[in-house]
Design a protein around this ligand. Structure first.
Ligand code: NDP
Length: 304
């Protein structure tokens, strides 16, 4: 039976480090870091994320400043708000919550944020610094995954790592960070041939695909470490019956509540083959906010 890599516990450790960092600033007479969160429209999932971010900020002493704009906001008005936040000396970090409503160009918004305040690490300047292996604000989800792996002493040097997914948010930066730590990295995606065979070569498998239960137990090399970034809601009982065959509790929740959260990896099957696995929920999910607040403190301290 594999070890469960507890993301919630590690997120708490990361948040405690941020809390202490904020205290050090206050003891020096500096103000608390300020994180501006821009939420455009009424997307329910985004509202939950923003609420969770504000609650986490309050816990560690970061000042969270929310800017809510209507769904029909013009791009020029969003640009103007980002410009104001870029110029505001009380704001250390700016986060534009994605997805933006239709009609707004998210790349244009993200590229407008000052790289020094880009706590999501999505600006091309920060992505370029990562490519060069230089310090910069790095995307929160993969950097927090790296922190989790380091905490658990997972050896990366020389291993075969497979990253499923090539988004700018998770897959590509995760691959670069693993490469920086001397793993031999393969990036797989929707056009990859023999996905199962490639996954079976992995000593470390990172799944960031957004397809519930795509990775079966038979895709996992015995003893591999599995990081499951995917967060999916399954409501279909036939799909659930297939992917939760080894997880009767999940199947039960699906049947009684009409839906259940799961990752891209069949957790029950992975637990029988791998040496360590992140669960969903409670794995990578809580780490992302911890990574964000780590970036907000670093931006305030001008450490990157
Ligand atoms: P994207 O949709 O941007 O990217 C998904 C990637 O998966 C793409 O590269 C795509 O390939 C690849 N893919 C899709 N289907 C398949 C398939 N059948 N086989 C192989 N590859 C496939 O997603 P994100 O990177 O933004 O997110 C991925 C998952 O991680 C989602 O479930 C998301 O909710 C979750 N997530 C979780 C976070 C957390 O805090 N835990 C944070 C961010 C994301 P191609 O490029 O060819 O289309």
């Amino acid at each position: 039976m594999a070890t469960i890599l507890d993301g919630k516990a590690h997120a708490d450790r990361m948040l405690e480090t941020v809390r202490q960092g904020v205290e050090v600033r206050l003891a020096k007479g500096l103000r608390a870091p300020g994180l501006a969160v821009v939420l455009v429209g009424e997307d329910p999932a985004s509202q939950v994320y923003v609420r969770n971010k504000s609650a986490a900020c309050a816990k560690v002493g970061i000042t969270s400043i929310e800017h809510r704009l209507p769904a029909d906001t013009a791009q020029a008005d969003l640009d103007a708000l980002i410009d104001r936040l870029n110029a505001d000396s009380g704001v250390d970090g700016i986060l534009v919550q994605l997805p933006l409503p239709q009609g707004l160009d998210s790349k244009r918004a993200l590229h407008r944020i000052s790289p020094a305040k880009d706590v999501d690490g999505f600006h091309p300047v920060n992505q370029g610094l990562l490519l060069e292996g230089l310090p910069g604000l790095r995307p929160c989800t993969p950097s927090a995954c790296m922190s989790l792996l380091a905490h658990h002493g997972v050896e990366l040097k020389g291993i075969r790592a497979v990253v499923l997914g090539r988004s700018e948010i998770v897959g590509k930066p995760m691959a670069l960070m693993l490469l920086e730590q001397h793993a031999t990295v393969t990036i797989a995606h929707s056009r990859t041939k023999d996905l199962a065979g490639i996954c079976r070569e992995a000593d470390l498998l990172v799944a960031a695909v957004g397809r519930p239960g795509l990775v079966e137990g038979s895709w996992i090399k015995p003893g591999a470490v599995v990081v499951d970034v995917g967060i999916n809601r399954v409501e279909d009982e036939i799909l659930g019956g297939r992917i939760f065959a080894q997880e009767p509790k999940k199947l039960d929740t699906l049947r009684t509540k009409g839906g259940v959260l799961c990752g891209d990896v069949r957790y029950g099957e992975a637990m029988a083959v791998a040496s360590a696995v992140t669960p969903v929920p409670g794995g990578v999910g809580p780490l992302t906010i911890a990574g964000l607040l780590t970036n907000a403190l670093a931006a305030a301290n001008r450490e990157v």
